[in-house]
Design a binder for this molecule. Structure first.
Ligand code: GLA
Length: 421
């Protein structure tokens, strides 16, 4: 058995003391972000239903209300790259592409707010965004004020087209500019991602500046992408996890495109993405919950299959993600083909994800006494299985022979709740 810092786990000191002081993101934010699913599709003539336009965001907002997403906690409807016009307006302000957003961003924000939701927008610390649209360099105050005037609630600030040595200054200046508007906007940064290639980022500064921050590559609609994000996070967990806490979170990127249509639906509807199996989707949800990750879906909510919807709206998984203690989980053991991740929750509950990394064969069994955190349980622990199905596994003694069976590339998500004698 190879253990990674497991005995230290309950004692790990959280660095999460000083966060960006805007009172936001006290738990990881939840919402929807267009990038991984709709990317830079700006061709509204050829593809009016899927292009980056006000219609797309209004439709998503409608579905979020109608189909229970808002009630499940998904609150932010977020624009990513490719929303602006190629040119700033006469006064130097950013403006939305007039053909795709005829009502402008202010009207879109009003619409989203009328649904009880919040609007997120995207810009870049450099001169251009990653897709080549105008960036905010030399316009931080002006752009922050524009976003505030429009009623925007979140800014995703990318880090393309900026010399890495100037990232810190740029991200800090934009943070100050946002605060100076007096409007409260979640500030989502990609700063560490663009610095890791050169040196270890200064997370004290990142946490003081941002409400969430990307550390690693963009998520793709593939299992290899999701696995690589989990692996990177585990390998760097001592550097990044202690910085997560109310007000500031590590962001492993979007919950990739969960467009799971079954074969019949695929044949009839011919839409969507198919990158992950259902077991893999459950693994991603469990990992994102244990990593205290922002839950930003990137999918087409207009055509989601019921099984996908049930997983994304699973209130027990969401409760783990949103636990008010705000401690990020860790990979605590690698046991043959198994990997165990654990996250301490409030009320002394421990959330545990047991992954089976073997991608061949059938379900594999792991006795729960092998989970490192089991020993923190005391003599009796109430065990609940959250995924794949909800199941009360009852009160277990220290030397229980309870085992969980985990599907290839799947997960079993549990909670251990100590019972005091
Ligand atoms: C970068 C970011 C992505 C997305 C694109 C948009 O790659 O990491 O999340 O915002 O830019 O161009």
């Amino acid at each position: 058995m190879r253990c990674t810092g497991l005995l230290l786990f309950p004692l790990l000191i959280s660095h999460a003391v000083k966060a960006l002081d805007n009172g936001l993101a006290l738990t990881p934010i939840m919402g929807w972000l267009h990038w991984a699913r709709f990317m830079c599709n700006v061709d509204c003539d050829a593809d009016p239903d899927n292009c980056i336009s006000e219609r797309l965001f209004m439709q998503m907002a409608d579905v979020m209300v109608k189909e229970g997403w808002r009630d499940a906690g998904y609150e932010y409807v977020c624009l990513d790259d490719c929303w602006p016009s190629r040119r700033r307006d006469a006064s130097g302000g950013l403006q939305a592409d007039p053909a795709r957003f005829p009502g402008g961003i202010k009207r879109l924000a009003d619409y989203v707010h009328s649904k009880g939701l919040k609007l997120g927008i995207y810009s870049d610390v450099g001169a251009e965004t990653c897709a080549g649209y105008p960036g905010s360099l030399d316009h931080y105050e002006k752009d922050a004020q524009t976003f505030a005037d429009w009623g925007v609630d979140l800014l995703k600030f990318d880090g393309c087209n900026m010399k890495w040595t100037r990232l810190a200054e740029g991200y800090r200046n934009m943070s100050r500019a946002l605060n100076a508007t007096g409007s409260r906007m979640v500030y989502s940064c990609e700063w560490p991602l663009y610095e890791w290639d050169f040196h270890k980022p200064n997370y004290t500064a990142v946490r003081e500046t941002c409400n969430q921050w990307r550390n690693y590559a963009d998520v793709y609609d593939s299992w290899s992408s999701v696995k690589s994000i989990a692996e990177w996070t585990a390998l760097h967990q001592d550097a990044v996890a202690p910085w997560a806490g109310p007000g500031g979170w590590n962001d492993p990127d979007m919950i990739s495109c969960k467009q799971w249509l079954n074969k019949m639906e695929h044949l009839t509807l011919v839409i969507g993405n198919y990158g992950l199996s259902h077991d893999q989707q459950e693994s991603q949800m469990a990992l994102w919950a244990l990593m205290a990750a922002p839950l930003l879906m990137s999918n087409d909510l207009r055509s989601l299959c019921p099984r996908a919807k049930a997983l994304l709206q699973n209130r027990r998984v969401i409760a783990i993600n949103q636990d008010p203690l705000g401690r990020q989980g860790y990979r605590t053991a690698t046991l043959g083909s198994f990997e165990v991740w654990e996250r301490p929750l409030s009320n002394r509950v421990l959330a545990v994800a047991v992954r089976n990394k073997q991608e061949i064969g059938g379900p594999q069994k792991l006795p729960i006494v092998k989970v490192p955190g089991w020993r923190t349980c005391g003599s009796l622990c109430n065990v609940t299985q959250i995924l794949p199905q909800y199941k009360e596994l009852g009160v277990q003694r220290q030397r229980t022979d309870l085992a969980v069976a985990v599907n290839p590339s799947g997960v079993v998500l549990l909670t251990f709740h100590p019972i005091l004698d």
